[in-house]
Design a protein around this ligand. Structure first.
Ligand code: TXA
Ligand code: MG
Length: 338
């Protein structure tokens, strides 16, 4: 156990920014808030800091990390080339929840990329993350700040539970605004391919670049995963997650007839009145995508805090591709009803 120093984002002084940046430059780790989910950050050019990140998370070392930058000027030393058309994407979506996979330069250590010849880069928009990167003046390697395989952290309490005592520092930035991880787009070879869906959709990208792009289907067993992250289980609560997509008139009786010693339901507020007798956790409204996205991981973790063994999640088309992708990956069972 090490003593983890905790800072409040709202009370950060200039000296605190300097202290955290110096900690990172000397090989230490700090949890930082981003607009998507919390990140566990270390110096992305320092193999020993990177090793500590894998160890703190219990993450397989062939699952590569995203390097976070604060200015476009930081990009050119990290990549071999910036393909034509990519500037338009960066103009439109940076800073923000779009990660781009480039061919890597020799400056980027293999430890950060899981041995791959490519590197994932993102420019986050969160002001605290930006200030720390600028002050440290190095790209920050930062995977989601959760134990490997668990739901990403979107509340400070999640980070604290998973990582307190394992790393030097954490900054409490409250609830993550978006609540799911960035879109990952591979532009290192043709055709450009979305490896992980996110807030920035295929249509939004195609609109900017003016040509069609591909989307990897991580659920197809025939494909070799392009992104090593695709082959691991992700976002899973301790309880069994049963996700059900269908008309509410079939989903309600289905859930009520299941047998379990401890049953919980996650659904949007529209359907809550059907499940009053069970452990219930609502995730926003079907009319407001962000309200659902920002609650999913917190809802899964709440069910674990209540020791729910069977979690039934009422899925809905309005949840959109990225959120349904996370739900599918988190679930032990995916059920489609008429
Ligand atoms: O929103 C986010 O992206 C958050 C915040 C903290 O920035 N970060 C995050 O990192 O979700 P992580 O490590 O949990 O997920 C990174 C994903 C993994 O699926 C990984 O396999 C993929 O990006 N990835 C990283 N480098 C890659 C590369 N060179 N080629 C293909 N996929 C890569
Ligand atoms: Mg992750």
């Amino acid at each position: 156990m090490i003593q983890t120093k905790i800072y409040q984002a709202g009370l950060l002084k200039k000296e605190d920014i300097k202290t955290v940046a110096a900690l990172i430059k000397s090989g230490g780790l700090c949890v930082l808030p981003t607009e998507t989910v919390y990140g566990l950050a270390g110096n992305g050019l320092d193999p020993s800091a990177i090793e500590k990140i894998y160890e703190a998370k219990g993450r397989p070392s062939d699952n590569p990390l995203i390097l976070h930058i604060a200015e476009r000027a930081m990009l050119k030393n990290l990549v071999r080339e910036i393909p034509a058309g990519v500037s338009k994407l960066m103009d439109e979506f940076w800073p923000g929840p779009l990660t781009l996979v480039f061919k890597k330069s020799d400056l980027v250590p293999k430890e950060a990329t899981g041995g791959l010849d490519s590197v994932a880069i993102r420019m986050p928009s969160h002001p605290v993350m930006q200030k720390i990167i600028k002050e440290a003046n190095v790209p920050l390697a930062a995977p989601s700040a959760n134990l490997s395989g668990k739901p990403s952290s979107t509340r400070f309490s999640h980070v604290f539970k998973d990582l307190n005592g394992k790393i030097e520092a954490m900054i409490d930035g409250g609830e993550s605004t978006l609540g799911i991880e960035s879109t990952v787009l591979d532009i290192s070879s043709l055709p450009w391919t979305i490896l992980r869906p996110g807030f920035v959709t295929q249509a939004m990208i195609e609109n900017v670049v003016g040509h069609p792009i591909l989307k990897s289907n991580p659920l197809s067993p025939l494909e070799t995963p392009k992104s090593p992250g695709m082959k691991y289980r992700h976002y899973q609560p301790q309880g069994m997650l049963h996700a059900i997509l269908g008309q509410i008139s079939s989903v309600v009786p289905y859930i009520h007839q299941t047998q379990s010693p401890s049953k919980g339901v996650i659904c949007t507020q529209e359907w809550a009145h059907h499940f009053k007798t069970l452990h219930l956790r609502t995730i926003g409204s079907i009319h407001d995508l962000n309200s659902m996205t920002s609650e999913l991981y917190a809802a899964l973790r709440d069910m674990d805090d209540r020791d729910v063994e069977d979690i039934y999640l009422v899925a809905h088309e309005s949840m959109g591709e990225a959120l349904l992708d996370r739900i599918k990956k988190a679930s032990s069972e995916w059920i489609e009803l008429p």
